[in-house]
Design a protein around this ligand. Sequence first.
Ligand SMILES: Nc1nc2c(ncn2[C@@H]2O[C@H](COP(=O)(O)OP(=O)(O)O)[C@@H](O)[C@H]2O)c(=O)[nH]1
Ligand SMILES: [Mg+2]
Length: 316
Amino acid sequence: MIDELVENVINRQRRHIARSISLIEGGDDQAPELLQKLHKHTGKAWRIGITGPPGAGKSTLIAELTKKLREAGHRVAIVAVDPTSPFTSGAVLGDRIRMPDIEQDDDVFIRSMATRGSSGGLSARTADAVDVFDAAGFDYILIESVGVGQVELQIERVADSTLVVLVPESGDQVQAIKAGLMEIADLYILNKSDRPGSNSMLQSLYAAVSFKGKHNEDWDVDILQTVASEGQGISELILAIEKHRHFLERSGKLQSRRKSQLEERIRNKVYDSIQASLWTPQRLAYLEQALESAQRGDESPDSCASSIVQDYQNKK
Ligand SMILES: Nc1nc2c(ncn2[C@@H]2O[C@H](COP(=O)(O)OP(=O)(O)O)[C@@H](O)[C@H]2O)c(=O)[nH]1
Ligand SMILES: [Mg+2]
């Protein structure tokens, strides 16, 4: 059954692509076999991560990028990972953004993913889902993730090019860049450049980025201005993405980046699988008891932990 599914995914069958992603998202027992068989068909797509605060215009940008990439004949998959807004796949880009031409287009696939429940959060299942689209021959995979807390930092684990979208009101974010909290960006996009304060924001952004120096593997982090709602700046953005792609490919840094992403995925899968076998109901009950005696001062956290580890090692 998995062989047939794999065959159909490679032959770009929408129904089977959707089914594969559901298996992955649901943590189905057959997902590892599926991923195993798809893996050798991956590595051709360009993966673009788009992150930034809610309302910055990420979905609008993605819609515009998609239109332009389609005009150039590319096949585009969109994965939206947004824990704050439970999309259904039809309305994935939000109610405000209806794109009948894209929704009817067989060479565009839009999928939303929930992050809840999996410890690897965005990285684990999203990376697996992205592999399905890659194997299914999509040229570009656009991954939207809302920039809240850790999720923002995880996008670079699946993306080849990471785009951070800011708006003229994003002063706090500029502080974060200065403090080195946002070193994930390959490109900054100052969207809503039609709004007041856009020029001074652009200056602060340039200052913050040059203040940090060339941190990003010799790549000169670019800043682009867009008005996504008017489709302005999109062609320039695509050129900047292509420039980044060529930089990574020519310098050999694409290989090293993808290698460290793979390493991270493997490590996360190992942690997940150990965690799952470690916290049996018995050990959770033991933890409850141990907590009480630790609180009374009878046991130290170390001795509680080593009892649990010992028990785990004995039962293997
Ligand atoms: N003025 C202005 N509004 C924009 C621009 N881009 C997006 N918007 C609007 O900003 C709102 C949020 O956009 P959305 O793409 O849903 O943001 P997301 O939460 O980052 O995905 C929508 O009402 C868009 O129409 C822009 O460049 N200028
Ligand atoms: Mg959005």
